[in-house]
Ligand binder design. Structure first.
Ligand code: SAM
Ligand code: DTB
Ligand code: SF4
Length: 350
């Protein structure tokens, strides 16, 4: 099959037309696109750690960590570097290939950056891919994170430009796009997506995906979160999103951004196995693995292992440049293979 040309000029009506397809036709198209670019039975596995929890000055209505809402979360200090390394080792042992560190900041403070940069270096030295989400970044901060070896920076657009003001008032959509530009300019990979189920209209879901798909290049990683309704947040009583609408959004994201990893992110704890299986069929090929997201629950590792086994899914291998300059598949564990080749077989997930 010939390589389809990537597009960065999607119109809203085209995206809405994809959403309006009969469900089976949409999933068939998404699965076809998926198979042109990925092994359909491999899912990338990331683990999250909150390195600084609570008392965030921003007012994101979905977020348990905003200091504007009484959610029972206290203000914690930035974790010690050693504590982060210990957690990263545990994630690696459990089979994660990427370690994502999140902080409840509007943007990183100068005095916290040296510790954060050291976390990147130390986690990377474990052979894990590194990702951080620390809020808005100035160009110079992005450059320093990139120099320290940060592979991915996560910064979500969250929703459509039109609905955004209903959800966050303390920073703008343009601020978010600017940070994404700074991350890209610094040479890091971009992880950007959004949250569904915040009371947005179907049009907003299409418009969010339009914004993401018209970033050139596309974000390498696109997390699609289902709102986790946390008591005390203004969205505590948001209406449930129909699972079929959620799956449609995954499928459309897959079609619009064929080469990106689409992550079935927050909200899996509230999803049954069939919905998750449909998400993989629709082209999702990444998850957060481990029993906690940042502050809320994620499925237990054992139930994810069971789900993967049931579906015949294996954790995605990743490739890193070896000392010889060649790309090698790599594992988070099991290095007992022939030198220079390898490697990844993760007994805990396979
Ligand atoms: N403070 C940084 C920021 O906002 O960029 C980084 C941490 S923040 C918690 C990272 C992302 O988590 C948010 O952009 C949002 O998309 C997601 N998130 C937060 N609370 C959520 C919830 N209750 N349900 C689903 N996703 C959520
Ligand atoms: C993303 O899109 N989802 C993750 C990650 N990026 C940082 C965060 C989900 C947070 C869910 C609520 C919580 O656990 O606090
Ligand atoms: Fe703060 Fe990020 Fe939560 Fe918004 S999403 S309140 S910026 S931690």
């Amino acid at each position: 099959m010939h390589e389809p040309t990537l597009r960065f000029d999607w119109r809203l009506d085209e995206i809405e037309a994809l959403f309006a397809l009969p469900f089976n036709d949409l999933l068939f198209q998404a699965q076809q696109v998926h198979r042109q670019h990925f092994d359909a039975n491999q899912v990338q596995v990331s683990t999250l750690l909150s390195i600084k929890t609570g008392a965030c000055p921003e007012d994101c209505k979905y977020c348990p960590q905003s200091g504007h809402y009484a959610t029972g979360l206290g203000k914690e200090k930035l974790l010690e570097i050693e504590a982060v390394v210990t957690q990263a080792e545990a994630a690696r042992e459990a089979g994660a290939s990427r370690f994502c560190m999140g902080a409840a900041w509007r943007s990183p403070r100068e005095r916290d950056l040296p510790a954060v940069l050291e976390m990147v270096r130390r986690v990377k030295a474990l052979g894990l891919e590194t990702c951080m989400t620390l809020g808005m970044l100035a160009p110079e901060q992005a450059d320093r994170l990139a120099e320290a070896g940060l592979d991915y920076y996560n910064h979500n657009l969250d929703t459509s430009p039109e609905y955004y003001g209903e959800i966050i008032t303390t920073r703008t959509y343009a601020d978010r796009l600017e940070t994404l530009g700074n991350v890209r300019q610094a040479g890091m990979k971009v992880c950007s997506g959004g949250i569904l189920g915040m009371g947005e209209a179907p049009r907003d879901r299409a418009a969010l995906l339009q914004q993401l798909a018209n970033l050139e290049p596309h974000p390498e990683s696109v997390p699609i979160n289902q709102l986790v309704k946390v008591p005390g947040t203004p969205l505590e009583y948001a209406e449930d999103l129909d699972p079929i609408d959620f799956i449609r959004a995954i499928a459309v994201a897959r079609i619009l951004m064929p080469q990106s990893h689409v992550r079935l992110s927050a909200g899996r704890e509230e999803m049954d196995e069939s919905t998750q299986a449909l998400a993989f069929l629709a082209g999702a090929n990444s998850i957060f693995y481990g029993d906690k997201l940042l502050t809320t629950a994620n499925p237990q590792a054992q139930s994810d292992q069971a789900l993967f086994a049931k579906l015949g899914i294996v954790p995605e291998r990743r490739e890193i440049e070896g000392d010889d300059g060649a790309l090698h598949a790599v594992a988070s564990r099991q290095p007992d293979t022939a030198a220079g080749e390898v490697l990844y077989y993760d007994a805990s997930l396979a």
